[in-house]
Ligand binder design. Structure first.
Ligand SMILES: C=CC1=C(C)c2cc3[nH]c(cc4nc(cc5[nH]c(cc1n2)c(C)c5CCC(=O)O)C(CCC(=O)O)=C4C)c(C)c3C=C
Ligand SMILES: [Fe+2]
Length: 442
């Protein structure tokens, strides 16, 4: 692998609640004044003014007066931001508590016929090495050049193992019960060809070329050992695109992710990561990912008034605040009723039905991407949410909450669950090791 010329990496905080914008926060006061200037030009552009030439000149002269060569400066630190493959104090893989990235690929592979445990180990070793190199901004020696000049761009690559992986490798005794298939839900319309799989990779980056490059490189690494089963592409808002750091919005226009567990919560690790006393020692410090392709019936949704939409979720559309008042971070007052005697947050509002208070404390870390795969025959967008959630125990988190949603969520009529996967995501590789080594060589 060769190192690409790039700025010194700005390490990205491993906290999903840390707004992605922080990654592009000004680093020095000179930087601040240059950014303010460019921000002003950007705002003028957004207002429809023709500022291109003047804006460019202004930007260059500001950098020159700051004693810099503007030609060698990136406009933001987005490209140079690096997510560590292995974190100093955390045992888990990147891509779980990493802030949401702008571009994502979810991809599942099946081991090739004849590929055994040894072949699986060799593949995970190759993949881990590639992930570590690409996340550090280095590219393979014989490379396509797709991601040249882009820097690591907060690339994270996360590896998971499906239920069938353990049959294929003869490791059934090491398969955790947490990987038992999810139950069927009444709203499911699942396509088996786009569900599950022996191996799963989640790729996220703030540059679409970097994300594609990682996908393609990992696919080539798999040649002869594993075949692509399904692939889904997603996106989120670009970090730094809004003036103020804020929670993501989904394609229904809602602020989505507000009431996620936070790493600062005292029970965060216990809820999201497998504990030290887990039966399967190789999973300690790992997590379980549930992946659902959920199509949104946007034609139906967009016909509903904003008032109706807010009642369906239980939160305001503009700022994500609960209907019981306050700001986005104000707790919902589930017991509050209005002058009509009815609950202000309706009994079937999505946020109420999904809340830990309605689910014996169940909580999961939601880390989704939006998707848009064109339009269906009837002209409706084939778009929605690549719902990815993380938890220590899917039965007590995703399954508990989805059962509840299945039996009375006002949002359900606007959704179609079309694909599903459940994966064990082992802890990060030890230095010199690879993801899954304690399982495969234990
Ligand atoms: C089984 C788990 C869940 C699925 C599937 C799901 C789908 C889904 N959700 C939204 C939009 C929102 N969800 C919100 C909150 C929320 N959702 C879940 C779980 C699932 N959602 C939970 C656990 C929570 C938190 C509840 C709480 O504690 O308050 C919200 C409100 C804002 C927020 O807290 O994030 C929105 C909006 C969509 C569009 C969707 C499927 C496409
Ligand atoms: Fe939700």
């Amino acid at each position: 692998m060769s190192k690409q010329p790039k700025q010194a990496p700005a390490r990205r905080p491993s906290d999903p609640q840390v707004p992605a914008q922080r990654a592009s926060a000004p680093q020095t006061s000179t930087e601040l004044s240059r950014r303010r200037l460019l921000g002003t030009v950007g705002a003028a552009g957004a207002a429809g003014l023709v500022v291109g030439g003047a804006g460019g000149a202004l930007g260059v002269s500001a950098a020159r007066s700051a004693g810099r060569d503007a030609a060698h400066e990136a406009l933001t630190t987005i490209g140079s931001t690096e997510v560590p493959f292995r974190q100093a104090r955390a045992k888990h893989q990147a891509g779980i508590t990493t802030p949401l990235q702008a571009s994502g690929h979810l991809v599942a592979f099946d081991l090739a016929p004849g590929a055994d445990r040894k072949a699986a180990a060799a593949l995970l070793r190759r993949w881990s090495r590639t992930a570590e190199e690409l996340m550090a901004g280095r590219t393979p020696d014989a490379d396509t050049g797709v991601a040249l000049d882009a820097g690591p761009s907060s690339l994270s690559i996360t590896f998971g193992l499906g239920h069938s992986f353990f049959d294929r490798t003869g490791l059934q005794k090491q398969r955790p019960v947490q990987l038992d298939p999810l139950p069927e839900f009444s709203a499911d319309a699942l396509d088996p060809d786009r569900s599950n799989g022996d191996l799963w990779i989640q790729i996220g980056a703030d540059d679409a070329l970097v994300a594609f490059h990682a996908l393609r490189t990992l696919q080539k690494d798999a040649a002869g050992s594993a075949r692509l089963r399904w692939q889904m592409n997603g996106f989120n808002r670009t970090p730094g695109a809004t003036a103020h750091p804020m929670t993501a919005r989904n394609l229904m226009g809602q602020v989505d992710g507000t009431n996620n567990p936070k790493p600062s919560d005292k029970d965060f690790d216990e809820r999201i990561f497998v504990g030290r006393d887990a039966d399967q020692a190789w999973m300690r410090g790992g997590s379980y990912a549930v992946v659902r392709r959920i199509r949104m019936l946007l034609d139906d949704w967009e016909k509903r008034s904003r008032h109706d939409q807010e009642k369906i979720i239980g939160r305001r559309k503009d700022n994500g605040a609960p209907l019981t008042g306050g700001s986005e971070t104000t707790p919902m007052r589930l017991e509050a009723s209005g002058a009509d005697g009815l609950p202000v947050i309706p009994a079937n509002a999505h946020a109420r039905v999904a809340a830990p208070e309605s689910n014996q404390g169940a909580a999961m870390l939601r880390r989704p991407f939006s998707f848009h795969d064109g339009f269906r025959e009837d002209g409706a967008p084939d778009a929605g949410l690549l719902f990815v959630c993380w938890q220590a125990d899917p039965l007590r988190a995703f399954t508990q909450v989805q059962r509840k949603l299945d039996s009375g969520d006002a949002l359900s009529p606007f959704l179609r669950h079309e694909a599903s996967g459940l994966f064990a995501v082992p802890p990060a590789a030890e230095p010199g090791g690879y993801v899954g080594r304690p399982l495969l060589e234990g």
